[in-house]
Design a protein around this ligand. Structure first.
Ligand code: NDP
Length: 264
């Protein structure tokens, strides 16, 4: 795979999956704008990425759920790197609660970050690519939770299922302009997001869902994203690729039982 001379934006790239995606794109030759809300963590991540991979990682602070912030991101990205050929919508957050207890603020925050954020960044990217005649690529981050169901995560699952359908519509619309749009749907990946809530019992419950017998690593997702963004996937659009070690075959653990005691 050759991404030499290519430019990308990766949202939510200060840590976890987004950091690994930026690293893989850079290893294959791309210069990357990395975004997150927390400036210090983002700046350190960008410095480390540039020092390690010999390409440019440009930090731009952005809240993907805010249209003004996304407009600023694209202004800065094009000022720094020129044409942007790849967008990876990866920024995400998570809270857990059953529907009867779910706070409206948590619903709004999760839906806005994932679903609205994916919309705003995709809209900006398609506009940018169309205006400049770039036959670009967009990769959205979904989740196995869009297709498998558990208790305690309705807002997150709904957001990710929404992203899958959004990916299909965006692929139809983008296709007319030579723009491909796909998604990746990770199973459980060892990142700060999942480690924050996990107990040993939860880890054991997850272990039983795998067909490939291990937890996922950020690199597992980065490889799939890099493939979909590359010239190895020129005729793939409108799909969401499950990268979950086979969890969709066996089903998710019950989050309410393992992470929300007292909700049974
Ligand atoms: P992390 O919590 O490790 O990283 C999340 C990143 O997103 C950080 O850089 C964070 O930085 C950024 N972020 C969060 N909210 C916003 C926002 N509103 N605007 C811009 N950036 C934001 O998460 P993961 O790496 O685990 O997850 C990455 C993606 O993969 C998410 O979409 C997640 O839903 C998805 N996923 C993860 C799975 C897993 O098991 N880890 C499984 C399935 C899907 P900051 O807080 O500074 O903004």
């Amino acid at each position: 795979m050759n991404l030499i001379g290519t430019t990308a934006i990766v949202t939510g790239a200060s840590k976890g999956i987004g950091y690994a995606v930026a690293a893989y794109l850079m290893q294959h030759g791309a210069d990357v704008v990395v975004t997150a809300r927390s400036e210090d963590a983002l700046t350190s991540a960008a410095e480390e990425l540039s020092a390690t991979h010999g390409r440019r990682a440009v930090p731009v602070v952005c809240d993907v759920s805010d249209a003004t912030s996304v407009a600023h991101l694209f202004d800065r990205a094009t000022a720094e790197l020129g044409d942007i050929a790849i967008l990876v919508n990866n920024a995400g957050n998570s809270t857990l609660d059953t529907i009867d207890n779910l706070a409206e603020a948590d619903w709004d925050s999760v839906i806005d970050t994932h679903l609205k954020g994916t919309f705003l960044c995709t809209q900006a990217a398609i506009t940018h690519m169309r205006t400049r005649g770039i036959k670009g690529v967009i990769v959205n981050t979904s989740s196995v939770e869009a297709v498998a169901t558990t208790r305690g995560n309705a807002h997150y699952s709904a957001a990710k299922a929404g992203i899958d359908k959004f990916t299909e519509v965006a692929a139809l619309e983008g296709g007319r302009h030579g723009i491909r749009v796909n998604g990746v749907a990770p199973g459980i990946i060892v990142t700060p997001m999942t480690q924050a809530a996990a107990t040993e019992e939860f880890h054991r419950a997850w272990q039983q869902t795998f067909s490939v017998d291990r937890f996922g690593e950020p690199d597992d997702i980065a490889k799939a994203v890099t493939f979909l963004a590359s010239d190895y996937a020129p005729w793939i659009t409108g799909i969401t690729l499950l990268v979950d070690g086979g969890t969709h075959l066996r089903g998710l653990p019950d989050y309410a039982e393992h992470l929300l005691p007292g909700t049974n």
